[in-house]
Design a protein around this ligand. Structure first.
Ligand SMILES: O=C(O)CCCC[C@@H]1SC[C@@H]2NC(=O)N[C@@H]21
Length: 71
């Protein structure tokens, strides 16, 4: 969605399209982008399930329960 927003901005500034025309041009990409995002999430979930230690453990940084900090 950030890329789409930047693309709309670019179309307005560089291609001299009206904002409405730029939005409608960018809408063409949205279905494919949603499919790609879902596939990416599924692949990331599979990778994380196969290698749970791949990412560093998140540490609680809040103040309500300092004993929650594990390291
Ligand atoms: O080739 C170009 O100059 C335009 C590339 C456009 C890429 C954008 S990124 C968001 C949207 N989703 C895509 O898959 N392609 C466009």
């Amino acid at each position: 969605m950030v890329l789409n927003a930047l693309g709309i901005f670019g179309l307005v500034v560089r291609a001299d399209l009206s904002p409405a025309a730029a939005v409608s041009a960018a809408l063409v990409f949205v279905p494919g982008d949603v499919i790609k995002a879902v596939l990416c999430a599924l692949v990331a979930r599979g990778v994380h399930a196969a290698s749970p230690g791949l990412l560093p453990e998140r540490r609680w940084q809040g103040r309500r329960d300092p004993s929650y900090v594990s390291v």
